[in-house]
Design a protein around this ligand. Sequence first.
Ligand SMILES: Cc1cc2nc3c(=O)[nH]c(=O)nc-3n(C[C@H](O)[C@H](O)[C@H](O)COP(=O)(O)OP(=O)(O)OC[C@H]3O[C@@H](n4cnc5c(N)ncnc54)[C@H](O)[C@@H]3O)c2cc1C
Length: 509
Amino acid sequence: MSDETLGTRLHDDPSAASAEGSHFDVLVIGAGLSGIGAACHLVRKRPGTTFAILEERNAIGGTWDLFRYPGIRSDSDMSTFGYAFRPWNDSTAIADGPSILRYLAETAKAYSVDRHIRFGLKVVRASWRSESARWALDVHGPNGEKLRFSCNFLFLCTGYYEYAEGYTPRWPGTERFAGRVVHPQKWPEDLRHDGKRVVVIGSGATAVTIVPAMAAEAAQVVMLQRSPTYVVARPTEEAIAERLKQWLPTRAAHAAVRWKNILLQMYLYRLSRRKPAAMRAQLLRLAQGELGPEFNAAECFNPRYEPWDQRMCIVPDGDLFAAMRAGKASIVNGEIETFTETGLRLTSGQEIEADLIVTATGLKVRLMGGVAIEVDGAPVDIASTTAYKGVMFSDIPNLASIFGYTNASWTLKSDLIAEYVCRLLSHMDRRRYAICTPRRDDAAIADEPTLPLTSGYIERAKHLLFKQGTKKPWRVNQNYALDVMAFRFGAIEDGALEFKRREPISRAA
Ligand SMILES: Cc1cc2nc3c(=O)[nH]c(=O)nc-3n(C[C@H](O)[C@H](O)[C@H](O)COP(=O)(O)OP(=O)(O)OC[C@H]3O[C@@H](n4cnc5c(N)ncnc54)[C@H](O)[C@@H]3O)c2cc1C
């Protein structure tokens, strides 16, 4: 790649930051679902805006390219996981990873945003300068070269976890184990599991996906869980979608299914929070119905926490239950005392033999893509900031980030945020504003925990998370209807966003 395509090589001269070819109205960081969506929104709503997507990896798709474990699939329904502006166009309610990756690549192509992606560029530092009303980005190139880009508005679409490695707890004796140990985030291409005895450690979305997928060919698969999770069967096909298409134009049929799923999810979430005991009993009844009388659902699927204290696990067409009924998969509750030469020994004394151990133990949270942020020379600790509408951060100018819902499809929120950022930029252009900064000046607003989940990865990352306030616009909604009102219809100038004039945000203005 030439210098021009990569950016500007970093010199001692700070004016290098603004050299033509590396300055954009907007820089989007990350070419995953959020970054591609954000860029599509820019193309659709702000055709004159100059932008580029800087992507650390050499591929599009983020999560959907990285994860390659058997059975990788969505656990949200595709009517809400697909973009609103480019509906997922078949009746599959739950799609496999390769189909999602294809959909993302096709969307990028359809809106020509693929031409704006610059691969192999890792953003390491973003420095805001008020006097120039610009961000200067320090970027590491594919061959270790140091490059600099600059922009008027920075849009971080960097996901929420560390790409280099997943989370693996330390267990005694791992070096003794003669078989292979694999983390789902780094699935080896050559790994065979046919005829093998597999233990999957974990009980989250990844574990419940891998277990039935491997059970088809493995000699046996044991899911070892320290504590159970709520697991719900869901049909792979969205039956009503095909019927609606006979009555309504395709777009209207899609919108109807999408809203049905949005409202159903909101209703079930609210019900879970209001009547946790009734919801727990119902979830157990459903699991018991799937398992049949030979199993006791309460042993495997009755968590210590209430429904939706952690994300619920969906299993397409009840595949996990079917694998258990067929005797191909089983669930063991217990804590690992040590790895042994031939498997695992639990604190209960039980030994589990294994040829292959899969550590489906989660992610390491990393916010803002690990980018070090500075405002006028002062480093910013994101954990000390308060999220404005869950999009911007107190005292950080011209920066937005995407963090999706924890209780619904990520895309529902990423679409709304991208739409809002376009609205905000257009407003700034109209009023000839160059800088917008959320200011948390209201002393009556107290802090609250940001995410309503108690999942392990969120507990481990509490010290990294930005704060939310007790009142809007400082609350991070986990509610699509409230966010539609806030992002689509809420006043841009709401007293909490401070605006300043210099030159307009976009050269096209
Ligand atoms: C296995 C798995 C399954 C999931 N299933 C669902 C689901 O069914 N439904 C749901 O709603 N959510 C799901 N999620 C959450 C999921 O991550 C989001 O839905 C969505 O894919 C996130 O997209 P994103 O673009 O925000 O982040 P990512 O997919 O993580 O993409 C971020 C991109 O930014 C790049 N990047 C990061 N930092 C930098 C940097 N400093 N410089 C340059 N580039 C950088 C990364 O390389 C990556 O390409 C799942 C998550 C996982 C891990």
